[in-house]
Unconditional design. Sequence first.
Length: 101
Amino acid sequence: VLDSGGKLRSESLGKLKGICSRLRDSIVPKASHVVFNEIVKEAVTRYEAEIQTSLDRCSSACDASSKKYDAHFETLESISRNDHPDVESELQLAALKKREE
């Protein structure tokens, strides 16, 4: 492989260059592809987790808002009943009181 001066022979140098070219053309792109896929997979996993966290936060906010809305609605219904009592219920209550007397 080495000549008398300790240098690579030209044929050995040619073989080495050929091996390096094959490595560059086949192994490096495959390795790059594997690395790229891992980077993509990690990014997708991270963003899926972030999206899920955001969805959970939105869901919690919606639940809280819904409970607040329900409470306001119940309050409005109560106020409405006090301001405008159900006439039929009032008549039934009056009839019951009359029977009890």
